[in-house]
Design a protein around this ligand. Structure first.
Ligand code: ADP
Ligand code: MG
Length: 352
């Protein structure tokens, strides 16, 4: 493991900002710290950086305990959400800043800044000041500045939060490619599940100062282990009257039942119906075209659930009665989550 946190605790007064934090990050990986606002992501990042001291526990970088090593000696690059660039410096001087502090050789600085201008697509902008740049360009300067001294570890705290959706999307793919190309171990903080899923090799999910689950984006999405994780990922709808869904063996005493849109199939009454003895009836209450799919809300005996239909399929209309087939549910009980399959779906298909 390149970065390791062992039994880290951090309180602010009586408030537990980090509680029993344990994780490891392999060299060269891009890991997302994901969680709602206030869940302790920035606190973890600041402790790794050396800007904050844990109350107990150890932080290791490259096998060495760094608890007592100052921030400036940890070989870390930062990009923060509002990491203000130096306003009175040009792009070139901003990028060169860290190298000048290190008193690097003049020729080397020239060559390195040039390299970074190319890497971040900022060639031609070197004489501009930050106010003469777009938000996306400014964040690329911030990346270049962080990367200039060749950090072993790159920490990014919600770097795209202040940038509008379209540019943010472009920056995400760009960042992922750039980090893969450079091979620098990186920790990316975000509260946006889509961003974490798209960008990272691994997600560390935080909630109330604790870690809920660690895994690849797909593992966490498909197999949420806790109630929090089940609710945080995907666009689940809670079922208020689950008994209306046929052929689910729902155990006594469960806390919540969640259904995600991808667990549901909505068909018109005259369409071919799979697993017909598992089907419930519902009424379309909303149907909105979203480009790649039609987003539906369907009322099934008082449960309003989200579902999707392909834009190519015959349209369904608000008020229309439809068949609703739920393949599986997420069940939560005592903070644990698991998947419950429709009995018809789990039965082996007999081919005659
Ligand atoms: N220096 C501080 N003093 C007191 N409370 C703090 C301090 N820094 C953070 N907190 C509190 O710790 C909690 C976690 O904060 P933070 O790590 O910034 O969360 P996140 O980055 O996930 O939004 C928040 O409730 C915040 O108010
Ligand atoms: Mg934060």
């Amino acid at each position: 493991m390149y970065v390791e946190l062992k039994d880290i605790n951090k309180n602010y007064g009586n408030f537990e900002a980090s509680k029993d934090i344990n994780f490891g990050i392999e060299k060269g990986k891009l890991v997302a710290l994901l969680g709602p606002s206030g869940s302790g992501k920035t606190t973890i990042l600041r402790m790794i950086a050396g800007l904050e001291t844990p109350d107990s526990g150890e932080i290791l970088i490259d096998g060495e305990v760094v608890n007592d090593i100052p921030a400036s000696k940890r070989g870390i690059g930062f990009v923060f959400q509002n990491y203000a660039l130096f306003r009175y410096m040009t792009v070139w001087d901003n990028i060169a800043f860290g190298l000048k502090v290190q008193k690097a050789d003049k020729e080397y600085i020239k060559q390195r800044v040039d390299e970074l201008l190319t890497l971040t697509n900022l060639k031609g902008f070197e004489d501009r000041y930050p106010t003469q740049l777009s938000g996306g360009q400014r964040q690329r300067v911030a990346f270049a500045r962080a990367l200039a001294p060749n950090p072993h570890l790159l920490l990014l705290d919600e770097p795209f939060a202040a940038i509008d959706a379209k540019v943010r999307q472009e920056l995400r793919s760009w960042l992922k490619e750039m980090i893969e190309q450079l091979g620098v171990t990186s920790i990316f903080v975000t509260h946006d599940q889509d961003e974490a899923i798209e960008v990272s090799d691994q997600i560390i999910l935080t909630n109330k100062g604790r870690i809920e689950q660690i895994g690849t984006p797909l593992e966490i999405y498909q197999n949420p282990e806790t109630a929090f994780t089940a609710g945080f990922f995907g666009k689940g709808s809670k079922l208020d009257y689950p008994q209306t869904f046929r052929r689910f063996d729902i155990p006594e005493g469960v806390d919540d039942l969640l259904v995600r849109p991808e667990f549901v199939e909505v068909t018109k009454k005259d369409e071919f119906q799979k697993y017909s003895n598992s089907v419930s009836e519902g009424t379309i209450v909303e149907a909105e075209f979203r480009g790649d799919w039609i987003e539906l809300k369907v009322d099934v005996d008082g449960n309003v659930i989200n579902a999707r239909r392909a834009p190519e399929a015959e349209p369904v209309e608000v008020g229309e009665r439809v068949n609703v087939l739920v393949y599986k549910l997420l069940v939560t009980e005592n903070d644990k989550a698991r998947i419950l399959y429709n009995e018809s779906v789990r039965e082996p298909v007999v081919v005659i």
